[in-house]
Write a protein that binds this ligand. Structure first.
Ligand SMILES: [Zn+2]
Length: 384
């Protein structure tokens, strides 16, 4: 038993040192020793092992304060890779991400919304094999794959409980996809994947409490509390699309009336716009808005109001330091941010308002893929 404990502790120390180099590189052995409070001898041994395994490399010599030379260390980005997948009603995106969160390649495909579950799983497998081959990544360096998708996801058991957009119910995505790809597979709700990307490399980097709001074909949010994704009892925390804002309102696909998503999804905006003008796409609404057509100004003004109300409610519940706006609507219409902020100014409770920052995600359309790949690394990486 004692031997087991020692092995475990060695592994923990090694992981800790590697994480430190990853976060603080370039860094010297002396600095690592100071930060970890481990002896210089132990650090030299651990770093040696990490170099041997290919995780760490020496970069350059620097002169430290008293004229002594110190060699700096950095991690090797290409020591391992993960695959991130974003699946939506009409789009399939696949990306390869390296150990330090760098996107090596990102490929986007149109998905037929009528495609069956089996066809989609087969499609993901084919595209994953393609991207690995095209980038000449040795399969042994790929530690796993993760999929981010909209809906209620039982991420612990690898089951998609409900994904209305994909018309899936209780499908064993992890089991089926790992069988086909021979890779370890992780799945989660797309916004929960996205906030992991924001927390690792984006606008909420190292934040302990932030909320990501996604506005596009639906509306939802992901909540980061104490540095962890807040999941709730069955991983549905943050699904604000089905908060009821008018019990006598529009009928929702969930069967209730007046859900938020019936007011501020792309479909809802387009349906309202069609009452005013003969148009066929959400992009035409944005063009009309920029041309100053009053019906488009009114519809998007009302949309901004509903988004501001949702944000104000979230802020009152969780008091985050930052709210990140993301998704197709805000990516295509960045000027909406100012409108939303003005409305928040009006609706948000003063004590909460003064500390809150509202920002636009900088990850654009690759946020889910990147977050999924990072999550795959977080859950599947084992230093041995
Ligand atoms: Zn609903």
């Amino acid at each position: 038993m004692e031997k087991q404990d020692q092995i475990l502790m060695k592994k923990q120390n090694k992981t800790y040192v590697l994480e430190l180099i990853k976060n603080m590189a370039p860094i010297s052995r002396m600095q690592i020793s100071k930060n970890t409070k481990m002896s210089p001898t132990s650090i030299t041994r651990i770093v040696g092992e990490l170099q041997e395994q290919g995780f760490v490399k020496e970069t350059k010599l620097v002169t430290s304060g008293v004229g002594r030379k110190a060699t700096l260390l950095d991690v090797c980005g290409d020591v391992l890779f993960t695959i991130g997948v974003e699946l939506d009603k009409a789009v399939l995106k696949i990306g390869i991400v390296n150990y330090v969160g760098g996107m090596i390649d990102l490929q986007t495909y149109v998905r037929n919304p009528l495609e069956s579950y089996e066809e989609t799983v087969q499609n993901i497998n084919d595209k994953v094999k393609n991207i690995i081959e095209q980038n000449a990544i040795p399969v042994g360096k790929i530690i796993g794959l993760a999929v981010g998708l909209p809906g209620s996801i039982d991420y612990e058991n690898g089951i998609v409980r409900v994904a209305e957009q994909l018309r899936w119910k209780d499908v064993h995505l992890v089991r089926d996809l790992s069988k086909l790809t021979s890779l370890n597979v992780v799945i989660d709700n797309e916004l929960k994947m996205k906030i992991i990307a924001e927390n690792t490399v984006g606008k909420a980097k190292d934040s302990k409490s932030s909320i990501l709001v996604g506005i596009g074909s639906g509306i939802g949010s992901a909540i980061l509390l104490n540095g962890e994704v807040h999941r709730g009892e069955s991983n549905n925390a943050g699904e604000i699309g089905h908060t009821v804002i008018d019990p006598n309102g529009n009928v929702c696909s969930c069967g209730k009336f007046g859900c938020l998503c019936t007011y501020i999804s792309e479909g809802a905006i387009l349906a309202d716009a069609k009452k005013m003008k003969d148009i066929s796409s959400i992009d035409e609404v944005f063009v009309a808005f920029r041309d100053g057509e009053s019906w488009a100004l009114n519809i998007l003004d009302r949309t901004a109001t509903y988004i501001a109300l949702a944000i104000s409610n979230l802020a009152c519940l969780y008091e985050p330091e930052c709210i990140i706006l993301s998704g197709n609507l805000i990516d295509k219409m960045p000027e909406m941010k100012q409108q939303i902020e003005e409305k928040c100014e009006r609706y948000m409770w003063e004590p909460i308002k003064k500390n809150l920052h509202i920002v636009h995600s900088s990850l654009g359309s690759q946020g889910v893929v990147l977050g999924a790949a990072i999550q795959a690394q977080n859950s599947l990486f084992d230093i041995n």
